[in-house]
Every structure is written in C-alpha cells, then in structure tokens.
Write a protein that binds this ligand. Sequence first.
Ligand code: NAD
Length: 368
Amino acid sequence: MSNPSLLILAGDGIGPEVMDEVKRIIDWYGDKRGLKFDVSEDLVGGSAYDKHGTPLHDDTMAKAQEVDAVLLGAVGGPKYDNLDFSVKPERGLLRLRKEMDLFSNLRPAQCFDALADFSSLKRDVVAGLDIVIVRELTSGIYFGEPRGIINEGNERVGINTQRYTESEIARVARSAFELARRRDNRVCSMEKANVMESGVLWREVVQEIHDAEYPDVELTHMYADAGAMQLCRWPKQFDVIVTDNLFGDMLSDMAAMLTGSLGMLPSASLGLPMDNGRPKAMYEPVHGSAPDIAGQGKANPIACILSLAMALRYSFDQGDEATRIENAIEKVLADGLRTADLLGEEGVTPVSTTEMGDAILAALDASL
Ligand code: NAD
C-alpha cells in the first residue's frame, strides 16, 4: 500500500511560516510513529499569480483532485488588492472549494484551559469547551439565483435568493451525523423555520435523514437566532451544530471567538467520499495571511498545526494521533509559552513561530 498523499499549498504572507512548522510535525510522524505521507507542494494565491498569472494553475487544481488531502496556509496581501476580481488570491481558494465540491465546512471551537481567560466570556463558560459547527458551504443565499441589483420604479432593489435542494441538505446533514458519532453523538440543527420556507425544508430533511439513517444520534432543532443566544449563554450545551451557509458563516465566527485568538482556529472542508473511502478534503487555519506580521517570526502556527490534527482525524482515521497533537499544544500553553497574539497575561514566555514549533515537537517527543 502506498503512503497517504498530502498536497501542501502554503500560500502567502504568514502561510509559508506556519506551514514550515506543520511540515516539521509531518516529518516527526514519519520518523517517530512510522506514519509516512507522500507530500507534494505547490503554489496558491498571490504566489501562484506572481509565477503563473493565475491564483491557481490548472495543474495544481488537478493535483488537488488526486491527493488524499490538501493542507492550505493562507492567501492574500496588500500587493494583490488592486488586481482584477477574477485573479485575486482568494479566487484560488474558492476554485479549490468549488471544483472539489467541499460542501461541509467543519469549524471547531475548542478552548484550551490555559487560554480560558483570553475569551471575552467568563472562564467557567468556556473552559473545556469543545464543539464543532458544520456549515453548508457551497449553496444557499451566497449562490442562489436570481441575484443582483435591479431598478424597480424609481429606486434600486438588491436581491439574493436562499435556495436549498433536498439533496444539498441531506448530504451536509449526513456529514454532521457522521461527525457526531465520532464525538458525543449529539447534533443540533439550526435554521429559521419560523419565517423561511427553506428553513422548513431544512428541518424536515434533517429529521428524515436522522430517522432513516442515524436514529442513534440525539437530534434537536433550534432557530438560528436562539442558537446565537445559547452559544453566548452556555456554549457547552452543544456538541455538533449543523446549519446553512449564511447562518453558519455568522455562528461559526461567533463560536470561534469564544475561544480567544484567530491564531488558534483550524478548519476542515469536506466533500463526498472518493474511491478509497476518504472524503475529498482541504484543511486550513481560519486566519488569513496576516501581512502586518508576515516575515517577522511572530505568527502563531497552532491553527495550522491543529488543521493537520483535523486531517489526521477526519481523512486518515488517526484520531488518537490528532489527540496527541492537541495534548502537546495544551501542555505547551500550560507551560506558559505564547506567540505574540496570545501575550497579555502575567508570567508567560513570549516565543517566535519556530520556538513554538520546537516546543510542540518536544511535547510530542515527551508523549512517546
Ligand atoms: P488576518 O486573519 O490575516 O489577520 C487579522 C489579524 O489577526 C491581524 O492582526 C493578524 O496579524 C492577526 N493574525 C492572524 N493570524 C495570526 C496568526 N496565526 N498568528 C498571530 N496573529 C495572527 O485577516 P486580514 O488582516 O483581514 O486579512 C489579511 C489578508 O488575508 C487579506 O488579503 C485577506 O483577504 C486574506 N485572508 C485570507 C484568508 C484565507 O486565506 N483563508 C482568510 C481571511 C483573510
């Protein structure tokens, strides 16, 4: 059997800096755990534009379709702000998501104990928090037709359309139920069935998929506005939340911020299973290319390293190894090591991107 394959697209700004630390951890797995990957690397975003005049070359797209998982750093930067919309760095990312049909976006909100005071909420509300928001990523109001700004009488009208087919709802619901089975086996589905027909259909289809295929999973339904309140009031009541593209956009950003810094947040975007049973998958930190700190050794590599942990868990069935990485990070944070984005408490030790990588590798060694 050949090794599982990974395509690394480090991207722009701090992308290559944080990805360097991820590559060291991938090497560690090959050396110390016999878990070897066939790793290839390519360009995306501004760096691809600089070389090829496009933010994602067709050959790179083809490679992404073939590998078991894509690891992406970040794209963008002020140098590219005035490019035509069609070649902006973000278009590379959108093309990957669209052509790989990555319809299920997993955004964990996990609060490491050592960082609980970083949240704007009280420590006991967030300490030990571990929830995942599953956001439908390829349909809904951001894509629905008709859309546009039209003239009606003597004024302009802005139009967007919320549209979901049964099969689009069903596949993201399945993704959430499968995820719940690997966790605490609970799903809360959020929509606005009280005021939107698409929400009524969403609720019906999620319930049907549950009853027919996942009766063992606990399913509840909540209106998305009430869900937002509950996320602030007592987020630990949730395990997996599944919701549409628009509500998911907002709820996942809100949930993410319960836990502190952007530099800590990973994500996964999953599609349908490939022939080998693994889902099409791309893993990336939530943060962008942070041009304000790029090249200064200040970036926090943890979000990108946690994205690798998600790849181990969701693409390679190595949940124990994902937990090993998370425990190593918990230990390093408990020891008081902090990159620049996490400074502010008394008695902590400021470290660079590479020093944070060193410390996580040492904690991984200590875990053997
Ligand atoms: P950003 O996430 O790059 O940065 C926001 C703030 O958080 C900055 O102050 C930055 O220094 C800090 N920050 C982000 N990641 C950090 C990390 N790992 N460690 C320490 N500090 C970190 O968002 P932005 O400034 O709005 O956007 C910058 C560029 O990134 C833009 O070109 C934007 O389009 C692009 N962007 C890309 C993605 C992506 O690749 N997925 C996502 C968001 C923004």
